[in-house]
Design a protein around this ligand. Structure first.
Ligand code: SAM
Length: 227
């Protein structure tokens, strides 16, 4: 079975989808979805040879080579027009890398695909990319597993202009409304970390007043969001 994190990603894949899982590593996610017959077709994209060859043996072992197509490729280069992909998952990497992959792969996007993104860090960068490229966030999850907090962001392209406030970009437009216990825990941790930074900066011989003020403003925003 899958980790909670990958299970949450997989929950957003609709039955009958044609999936491209980019940066698939071991291929757990597409293999799970194919075994459950949730997807009818999948591209397993991986830039590194070792992981791809492991994923390929596992796919073979499961007898899924007619459904899943392992491809050695950088980002969305794994996708061919004939694949008719309608769902793309990119999970388990930093937000900056995820946006680089989307940015570099724009020619591969038809605008009809659902994006399911799970940045380990840098969620803000991902939301900003989605907004500036007219993707509306349709779902957001936050979960804790093995001492780490993960967010899963689902989005689709829209013809309308997408506008998120700075707060929505930072905290998540849907997560900020829901304010789940995990969300509160994440931002409490962040607040405490920022408070420690301020304390240490105030001890320094040359206090960077402007920097301290900007961190204090961040702390204030977190407090406002949580109350
Ligand atoms: N998606 C899986 C998950 O969430 O468990 C695996 C995450 S693993 C930490 C990240 C994988 O992304 C690595 O196997 C790495 O080789 C791959 N990767 C990094 N950059 C990539 C790129 N530009 N294109 C395709 N794969 C990439």
């Amino acid at each position: 079975h899958l980790s909670n994190r990958l299970q949450t990603v997989s929950d957003h894949v609709e039955p009958g989808s044609r999936l491209a899982d980019i940066g698939s590593d071991h291929g757990y996610l597409p293999i799970y979805l194919a075994k459950k017959q949730i997807i009818s077709y999948g591209v397993v994209g991986e830039v590194a040879k070792g992981p791809l060859s492991n994923a390929t043996s596992e796919i073979k072992k499961e007898g899924l080579l007619t459904v899943l197509h392992p491809r050695l490729a950088d980002g969305l280069a794994a996708i061919k027009p004939d694949d008719h992909i309608n769902t793309i998952t990119i999970a388990g990497m930093g937000g900056i890398l995820i946006t680089h992959i989307l940015e570099a792969g724009q020619s591969k996007l038809t605008g009809n695909e659902k994006l399911i993104l799970q940045p380990n860090v840098g969620e803000k960068v991902v939301r900003k990319w989605l907004m500036t490229h007219s993707y509306r966030i349709s779902a957001e999850q936050i979960l804790a597993e093995d001492g780490h907090i993960y967010e899963v962001i689902t989005a689709a392209k829209t013809a309308q202009k997408v506008r998120y406030s700075q707060r929505e970009i930072t905290f998540g437009p849907l997560l900020i409304k829901e304010k789940s216990p995990v969300f509160i825990a994440k931002w409490q941790e962040e607040q405490q970390a920022l408070e420690r930074v301020v304390k240490n900066m105030q001890k320094a011989t040359h206090e960077d007043v402007a920097k301290i003020k900007s961190i204090q403003a961040k702390i204030q925003t977190i407090e406002e969001v949580m109350t």
